[in-house]
Design a protein around this ligand. Sequence first.
Ligand SMILES: [Zn+2]
Length: 447
Amino acid sequence: MKSTIKIISTVFLAGVFSLSQGQNLQPCGHDLVIKKIEENNPAYRTNRDIWYNTALQLFDKNSAQRRINRDTLFYTIPVVFHVIYNNAQENLADPYIISQLATLNACFRRLNSDTTKTRSRFMPVASDTRIQFVLASTDPSGNPTNGITRTQTSVTEWGNIQQLNDNMKFTSKGGQDGWDPSKYMNIWICDLRDPTYGEVLYGFAYPPDGAPNWQNSTQPVNSPFSGVVLHYKIVGINNPLANSNYKQGKTAVHEVGHYLGLRHIWGDGTGQSGFNNCAQSDGIDDTPFSSSPTGLCDTMKNSCIEQANDQPDMIENYMDYSPNTCQNMYTRKQSVIMQYVLNRFRTDLSTRTIAIDTVSDKEGPAAITMFPNPFRNSFNISVLNAKGSKFYCDIYDMLGRKTKKTIEIQTDIDYPVNTEYLAEGFYVVEIFNEGRSEMVRMKIIKQ
Ligand SMILES: [Zn+2]
């Protein structure tokens, strides 16, 4: 863990975040969530610190083994969006929800086009989290679903920045009961306006709490509160109701980060707006110390001086409060924490796929390559040393949908795959043999 010496700047964008009532804007209600959790579980922070250390130590211990195997798990999480509306405007149309899911996938898989804006000093730690999302296709009763529920309510607003309001999660309180939280990630979309302070809260999420080995814990990981809540005005791409800083759907990326265990990069704290004195870490050592949330895309911001290898504040990180336009990365160790949550706490939530890391890996018996990338109307797949095994190819879009029927690949030649039917954009190609004992999975770009 890096140590810090002093605060050089606590100048925070009061003009951006302060309201006339003297109440600070909280784009995210994480502090309120933690306060509520601690009412039932005073040992919450202690338990969290313990499992953070365990997760990161395990990562370091196993890193040599990972380099040998190059095998990597991918995690796919089914999502259900619950739209709770009082008027037609709040009944957010499907395309915003679809674009929100696509944004989650792009950001978590580091496929978004603005990853090029990550400053070079942070590129080495910028990470594909290997976590992706699909709209639920089956509801808890086993019936087909589009992964979106719609509930009309007499409740006009749900925000409360003094005391967290979770009523949208309960049908009996005018909201919608969540689906089994051990099997689905529930995202409620509603009007989070605070009756007194107005548009000050854009989302909140419950981190995993109450794993069986936690002490004094009363709130199980899969309690009815588990999930993410978003203000309807900031959901999706180019939502016309969104403030200009929140038009790229990245509030959801931030909140799902909390849901999977992440903290704010400034580590929160006890001062005004959670400011700290640079002694408060987020528990992650590849995010530089920061004393406060960031209000603008200020690449000069360096609120804490680290004694060795000083770094500016990582305003690119989704777990800052910086505007959507400058957020473009999770770090490697943030990914470790989120994967740990899926392996240890939210254990039934995701399906896991074992895949070989990149096409440059040649450890497997077959040598599999795909080229060119980016491509236009076709690309080639070469499978050498297949030893009689049949190989196949699937292409998935950013929503995790298969774009075409599975293609069988002829081995030992440069086998052309027609992609004229694909629109320009990012996709994932999977090349695999029967039984999937050998598989390559990679990001591809149609230009
Ligand atoms: Zn937050």
